[in-house]
Design a protein around this ligand. Structure first.
Ligand SMILES: [Zn+2]
Length: 413
């Protein structure tokens, strides 16, 4: 008689326990019926640049730069790759630009920056590729309609949707598979003729000396990024044939080095391509003498504020610049998400794996690109919410490498 009652009590208790356990586990795993229910920090274009500062242990990102020499129909009238000496000069210029990006110097100048979190490495390296394009019209920027060296109306020589090299840039940007920042070595052909035929420097001295860069686009992710980089060939010939001779100084020993030092100007122009201006939240334009973005010709141009490096990396993640970073670029150190975050971008490229810590929610939106061998690790009870999100690898394949620990979930909206 006793046994069935005992058995019944035991059975009821077991059901009760099971019920209690299941209701408890429901508390641990909230349902998140909509994103508005989730208390998460939104990361978007207005987020402080500091969030994007690279860590010292990161591997650098490699950004492709197409260094384009525009030649006349005979393959002349600019650097054309035939001179060993000139090839060596550009090797030096490219090398020094990369050294600058990896070896910033602390100016210890409170006008520049008051924080003490100086970083010496931008974690950006430039992968220069020389290209030679025969196009007499493009080579000579005097062909830009309305431009005159007298007026110096440089707006007409500034890369845009309307400038005179738009047709060529469309052609290069649309056809090339490994897209890069396009630097156009243009020239004042009249001043070059004057120098070559009459050994006259008058034309050169009156030419435009400014280079002109485009800021990144945060809306058109397919847009190219261009730099008009004028008159370097002219400058090089002028320096050896006129300047060095007039001043009786050795081209080989001194003047060549001076020419090579325009790597600082090149690094500055690329700084604009990465979103930097001449001033920032810490100082007005040109107030920080040693800054890479200073316009002073005497500046060593070897400093960038940590937050400005963050700005560059934010641009590399969230603007048209994502096209120019090599596919296998990878910090090789995961980003740790330890508080709920909502990365709210239409297009976003990560350069690292992601670890979402226990009980933490990560929300991704739009197109999100990862390095080919990266992963997302969801720790115990972590939640990945894909809100109309498409995950891809930089090689354009679907990204599927998501590792779920106990009770971790992926929710799709
Ligand atoms: Zn500038």
């Amino acid at each position: 008689m006793h046994t069935p009652i005992k058995y019944l009590i035991f059975k009821i208790m077991a059901i009760l326990l099971l019920f209690l356990w299941s209701s408890c586990s429901k508390k641990v795993l909230p349902q998140y019926n909509s994103i508005s229910e989730i208390n998460a920090t939104i990361i978007n274009n207005r987020t402080n640049n500091r969030e994007f500062i690279p860590k010292a242990i990161y591997n650098p990102l490699y950004v492709r730069v197409n260094f384009i020499f525009l030649l006349d129909e005979n393959g002349k009238g600019n650097f054309n790759g035939n001179s060993e000496e000139n090839n060596e000069i550009f090797k030096q210029i490219f090398k020094k630009s990369n050294e600058l990006y990896a070896n910033l110097k602390n100016p210890k100048d409170p006008i520049c920056y008051k924080g003490n979190d100086f970083i010496s490495d931008t974690k950006i390296q430039l992968q220069f590729k020389k290209m030679y394009v025969k196009d007499s019209f493009a080579r000579n920027y005097l062909n830009a309609k309305g431009y005159s060296e007298k007026k110096k109306n440089v707006g007409l020589l500034s890369p845009s949707n309307r400038w005179y090299l738009k047709y060529l840039d469309d052609n290069i940007h649309d056809t090339i598979t490994k897209k890069g920042i396009n630097i156009y070595n243009t020239i004042n052909a009249k001043a070059l003729d004057d120098l070559l035929q009459n050994n006259s420097e008058t034309g050169y001295l009156n030419t435009m000396k400014n280079s002109l860069s485009q800021f990144p686009s945060y809306t058109d992710f397919n847009r190219s990024s261009q730099i008009n980089y004028p008159n370097k060939y002219l400058k090089r010939l002028w320096m050896e044939n006129i300047y060095a001779k007039k001043r009786k100084v050795s081209w080989e020993k001194f003047v060549k080095g001076y020419f090579i030092s325009h790597y600082m100007g090149l690094s500055h122009e690329l700084g604009h391509s990465f979103g930097l201006g001449h001033g920032n939240e810490y100082h007005q334009r040109n107030k920080c003498f040693k800054a890479m973005m200073s316009q002073s010709g005497k500046s060593p141009r070897n400093y960038i504020q940590p937050s400005e490096v963050g700005k560059m990396h934010k641009a590399l993640m969230t603007s048209n610049l994502i096209q120019f970073v090599t596919e296998d670029s990878n910090f090789d150190t995961p980003r740790i998400i330890s508080k709920n975050e909502n990365w709210d971008f239409k297009t976003l490229r990560f350069y690292q794996s992601i670890i979402v810590k226990q009980n933490t929610v990560l929300i991704l939106n739009g197109t999100v690109i990862f390095p080919p061998n990266a992963s997302i690790i969801l720790e115990k009870n972590a939640v990945l919410i894909l809100n109309n999100a498409t995950l891809k690898t930089a090689g354009r394949k679907p990204f599927t490498n998501i590792i779920k620990k106990k009770h971790a979930r992926i929710i799709r909206y």
